[in-house]
Write a protein that binds this ligand. Structure first.
Ligand SMILES: *[C@@H]1O[C@H](CO)[C@@H](O)[C@H](O)[C@H]1NC(C)=O
Length: 225
């Protein structure tokens, strides 16, 4: 009985420490405005930061997320990140996503370093994510203006505009650098192709179809923020 209790406590502890390390490390200063040149800079957490005495409101400001992105591309969607120097080390980021009517798709992808929370402000989006093996459960929902959906860190997820109008969403992510892995691009469009035998067997496809998939131009609307 004691051993079981110890085991449960130990597992909880391991889980807790994993959760604690699932986001960016907490900063040890108010802010760390990112700069590119070393003049007037200090190193914090291995990054070059502006001397806090020289920081201005402009460092925490971004303008233009009211402007629709251009969705005239293969996927009919575009991600516009808010680029704010003062976000550096704060463990959060923000994007606007535009989707063309009927077809705008933010294709299946994952963020290895961030949970995402998305709010729809215009249009109708069919969204979802799939859980890890072995269950691979699909959590899905149709979203309307004002609706919010969460994509847990690392899960493969997507958004699709199934409506007759443009759709617009804003999403916050729990890392300043969430990372993006777009599944189709990574698997079939890697720079220097994966051996088609591997993909034919993995996806149970004829090799000709794999060749076809690999020769496609894989576009990616998903800006790495
Ligand atoms: C949108 O992108 C397309 C394709 O790149 C381009 O032809 C078009 O001029 C752009 N539209 C605007 C309003 O910038």
């Amino acid at each position: 009985m004691k051993a079981v209790r110890f085991l449960v406590a130990f597992i909880l502890l391991v889980l807790a420490s994993k959760l604690a390390s699932a986001t960016d490390p907490s900063p040890l200063q108010d802010f760390c405005v990112a700069i590119n040149d070393a003049k007037n800079g200090v190193f914090v957490n291995g990054k070059l930061c502006k001397d806090p005495k020289l920081a201005t409101p402009q460092d925490f400001f971004f303008s233009g997320l009211n402007v629709p992105g251009n969705t005239s591309n293969q996927l009919g969607s575009v991600v516009t990140p808010a680029i704010v120097p003062g976000l550096n080390t704060l463990g959060i980021s923000l994007v606007r996503i535009d989707y063309a009517p009927y077809r705008g798709l933010n294709p299946p992808h994952t963020h290895p370093r961030a949970t995402e929370i998305l709010v729809v402000v215009e249009g109708t989006l069919y969204v979802g994510f799939v859980t890890s093996n072995p269950d691979n459960r699909l959590f899905t929902k149709v979203l309307y203006p004002g609706d919010v959906f969460v994509f847990p860190v690392g899960m493969i997820h997507f958004q699709f505009n199934m409506g007759r109008t443009n759709a617009v969403a804003f999403a916050a992510l729990s890392s300043q650098d969430p990372g993006v892995i777009t599944i189709a691009n990574a698997v079939f469009g890697s720079e220097s192709a994966i051996n088609p035998d591997v993909l034919a067997q993995a996806f149970q496809l004829d090799k000709k179809i794999v060749d076809q998939l690999q020769s496609r131009f894989w576009s990616d609307s998903n800006y790495g923020v």
